[in-house]
Write a protein that binds this ligand. Structure first.
Ligand SMILES: NC(=O)c1ccc[n+]([C@@H]2O[C@H](COP(=O)([O-])OP(=O)(O)OC[C@H]3O[C@@H](n4cnc5c(N)ncnc54)[C@H](OP(=O)(O)O)[C@@H]3O)[C@@H](O)[C@H]2O)c1
Length: 243
């Protein structure tokens, strides 16, 4: 079955956590990997450690997104793209949510994904595979996470629309939906004794995912050998969505 050997894949938001694990998994599978993140020094460091291509990109700078993807195509090529950038700055009831925080979350988690997907499709000549990073909150409600939940649910709609628009071009589009995963994003919660226990009780497998477990699903969806998969959502959540 065709794997990722030699195929160029850009991971947007790959300096740590799930994105870094995705980049590492892709390198292991022989892909020609590119990574991005906001801090140029950190990007250069991570890219060097992986033997990958790297560029600084803050996805809030809309005009820069097509430029970075175009440069990656010219310098490396283009087959796959993973949009992993995401933030979750507020854990607060919706009636107290600052509209500016709403805008920030939607900008990075949803609008950035659309603009990146659009730039990817415009740059791509042949078939390709696009994976967006959703969440179990793409299809469940998240208490005190209104903006994050709205953005991640929006990604699930976006993935289905893009899959339909681009199927005839051979571009597959899928959404990965992790549950609780051990990264910086969840560090505060994991260090909180009572909250951590409450979260673990809600997970049928009784533990959080490792970033590597999520990365394997991303790599699987990118592989050309899995060419009949498009417009889907793939939970990596220890059974949370089975409830
Ligand atoms: N951890 C979980 O439990 C969990 C569960 C479900 C879904 N997810 C999703 O999985 C993805 C990765 O999460 P994580 O837990 O690995 O988070 P993380 O450790 O906080 O990493 C987030 C990544 O996004 C990048 N990023 C953030 N803002 C950006 C911006 N404005 N422009 C460009 N890149 C930006 C960061 O890069 P820089 O900081 O270097 O710019 C970093 O590489 C997110 O989309 C998140 O919503 C996480």
């Amino acid at each position: 079955m065709p794997g990722l050997e030699g195929l160029p894949v850009l991971v947007v938001g790959a300096t740590r956590g799930i994105g870094l694990a995705v980049a590492q998994e892709l390198v292991r599978r022989g892909a020609r990997v590119g990574i991005t993140g906001r801090d140029p020094q950190r990007v250069a460091q991570v890219a060097e450690s992986l033997g990958a291509w790297g560029r600084a990109l803050d996805v809030r700078n809309r005009a820069v997104i097509p430029e970075v993807i175009s440069t990656f195509r010219h310098e490396v090529g283009l087959y796959g793209l993973v949009y992993n950038a995401g933030i979750s700055p507020a854990f607060t009831r919706a009636d107290k949510l600052d509209p500016e925080v709403w805008d920030q979350v939607l900008e990075v988690n949803l609008t950035g994904a659309f603009l990146t997907a659009q730039a990817f499709a415009r740059e791509l000549y042949g078939p390709g595979s696009l994976v967006l990073m959703g969440s179990v909150l793409s299809f469940k409600g998240g208490a005190r996470l209104a903006a994050y939940t709205a953005a991640k649910a929006g990604l699930w709609g976006l993935v289905r629309a893009l899959a339909l628009d681009w199927a005839e071009r051979g571009i597959r589009v899928n959404l990965v939906a992790p549950g609780w995963t051990e990264t910086e994003m969840t560090q505060g919660l994991r260090e909180h004794p009572t909250l951590k226990e409450a979260i673990l009780r809600e997970i049928p497998l009784g533990r959080m995912a490792s970033p590597e477990e999520v990365a394997k699903m991303v790599a699987f969806l990118l592989e050309p050998g899995n060419g009949y998969l498009t417009g889907g959502i793939y939970a990596v959540d220890g059974g949370v969505s089975a409830k």
